[in-house]
Design a protein around this ligand. Sequence first.
Ligand SMILES: Cc1ncc(COP(=O)(O)O)c(C=O)c1O
Length: 426
Amino acid sequence: MIRDTRIFELINKEDRRQIEGLELIASENFVSDQVMEAMGSCLTNKYAEGYPGKRYYGGCQFIDEVELLAIERVKRLFNAEWANVQPHSGAQANAAVMLALLKPGDVFMGLDLSHGGHLTHGSHVNYSGILYKPVAYKVNEDSALLDYDGMEEMAVKEKPRLIIAGGSAYSRDWDYKRMREIADKTGALLMADIAHPAGFIATGILNHPFPHCHIVTSTTHKTLRGPRGGVILMGSDFVNPWGLKTPKGNEKMMSQILDSAVFPGIQGGPLEHVIASKAVAFQEALSDSYREYMLQVKSNAAVMAGAFTEKGYKVVSGGTDNHSMLVDLRTKVPDLTGKVVENTLVKADITVNKNMAPFDDRSPFQTSAIRLGTPAITTRGMQEADMVGIVDLIDEVIMNISDEKIIAGVKQKVNEMMDSFPRYAW
Ligand SMILES: Cc1ncc(COP(=O)(O)O)c(C=O)c1O
């Protein structure tokens, strides 16, 4: 067989980029060797449409055990009664829940994308906004904290069938209890998408969506430090509200309806190599050392947010409760967009992403903020003192945005610094 040198050359380049640079994208992390090993295993060769014990293909005896282990571990991790580990991604998990719970045109509520929500929570360019009728709740203009009173008023008026908690750029904790009260008052189901804070929830550091939420979805690759993928969970509210029916017209348990929504509803064969890798990551997340890691992620983020504030930047909502923060550039450098800052930081081997600030006056392609997070650098062993140095380097780039020489100097400092933090240090 001819070796595909071009692709492996590119993979090696990406490998170097990851090793030499400062990875501050809030949704990224570095998986362990064994998570990677399971993902690159022979399980990728196997078709296994269906579920353990009910497959459409022969030869699934070991695959079944793998999937059952993944289910058992994720249930333990999140204190769940039921789990589906097949969604290929977070977006797929959310699509399956919507397929199960909503009919086209049904109203649901999610956090406004420009206020920290996610595409799949009702953006007009996403299936969620194309097939269903989303209504977006918002954060408070002064505090940038969730406006639960406004959410309640909106729910009473709009009568959504589903309310979604969670987002991708909200750095504070969620009041699931209050949201359940709102859902109960208006006859909606409550779903939490915990893609970002999953690791904090699993380790008891942030509020748990159970028992308040009927359904929980998550990705497995952000704070959870597993392979790219999704999961769906249910707690003790193991109900079939509204007498939902399966595609065959039977009234069944909610678990069966959700299983059918994943397969055959929106997916075909499950990625069993990824499911094996999820199982490894769940096991790792059940350990004491993972909880210590998550505490360090939180502490690093708090110190980083404080360091930005010290330098005169506005951190949206005044700080962070989790791993992420939004830095609004308008107070310190009103002429610079998130796009320019993101692109310039890349030249210094510092990776962040541009992000809308709540009530932003710039478009999503320009933005007035950048989003940063500490999961990946904490996996590499960085601690509080390093956060202050990182903010110094970012500030040096921002304050010298057109000075190629200074930016090259920062890049050299970044590369030297990252040399002391191996990617797989744990
Ligand atoms: C809150 C939230 N939900 C869902 C997703 C989608 O996950 P994926 O990229 O795996 O489809 C993300 C990803 O950023 C997210 O932040």
